[in-house]
Design a protein around this ligand. Structure first.
Ligand SMILES: NC(=O)c1ccc[n+]([C@@H]2O[C@H](COP(=O)([O-])OP(=O)(O)OC[C@H]3O[C@@H](n4cnc5c(N)ncnc54)[C@H](OP(=O)(O)O)[C@@H]3O)[C@@H](O)[C@H]2O)c1
Length: 202
């Protein structure tokens, strides 16, 4: 199976490594890193890239930026950039890849714990993650050709130590566990699912 992993950071590199361990043919894409470069905010560039890849069976997205600030201090640019990057960026990937992905292919997007849980400055993140999850739930019902789409919702990562101060009392999750969820979503007949790597029960 030919798997495209977009994002070469903490999550993306773990997903690429695990997918390769599972015998997949992995192609990595970053903005300025990876086997190919593209900015997911640029739909024309995405279309060009996907058209040049000679077909593929899965896209796993582990990219997209969200600013974090207390609501009253968030700026117009922080809202616009966060929506353009993590929300529309991932939606752009799905829409532009549709003509090029093989039958029965899969999309796996990323949201995060803030769609369900609050921290002291989480409104922007909560909004973006909810957009991504809403898109995934609904797109799953509209995809044709046995295509599937799912979303991974991690808690703060063990490796992302800079973010730990913003998640006091939250249990971090290792990138390797998040990667398992991506591979599970792309390898089984899941669609419209949000796979949660956090415990919002307490
Ligand atoms: N880290 C966490 O604790 C955590 C928890 C929950 C959810 N998430 C979500 O998971 C995703 C990945 O997080 P991460 O920690 O793995 O990120 P990361 O280590 O900062 O890596 C981000 C990757 O995304 C790429 N990227 C960013 N903006 C892009 C764009 N506009 N076009 C193309 N590529 C772009 C970067 O490429 P370049 O380096 O080439 O620029 C980089 O490879 C994010 O959406 C994040 O919100 C993260």
């Amino acid at each position: 199976v030919k798997v495209i992993v977009i994002g070469t950071g903490t999550i993306g590199s773990a997903v690429a490594a695990l997918a390769a361990d599972n015998g997949h043919d992995v192609l990595t894409i970053g903005r300025s890193s990876g086997d190919h470069q593209v900015d997911i905010t640029d739909t024309a560039a995405l279309r060009r890239l996907f058209s040049e890849l000679n077909g593929f069976d899965a896209i796993a997205v582990a990219a997209g930026e969200v600013f974090s600030a207390p609501l009253a201090q968030t700026t117009d640019d922080q809202w616009a950039d966060s929506i353009a990057s993590k929300a529309m960026g991932q939606i752009n990937v799905v829409r532009t890849a549709l003509p090029f992905i093989n039958d029965a292919g899969s999309f796996t997007l990323v949201s995060g714990i803030l769609s369900e849980e609050v921290t002291s400055a989480s409104t922007l993140g909560a909004t973006i993650n909810s957009v991504v999850e809403g898109f995934v739930r609904s797109a799953a019902t509209e995809l044709q050709r046995d295509l599937r789409i799912n979303c991974i919702s991690p808690g703060v990562l063990t490796e992302s130590t800079d973010y730990h101060q913003f998640f006091p009392g939250f249990e971090p999750v290792p990138a390797a566990r998040v990667a398992l969820a991506y591979v599970r979503a792309m390898s089984n007949p899941y669609t419209g699912r949000i796979l949660k790597l956090h415990n919002a029960d307490f």
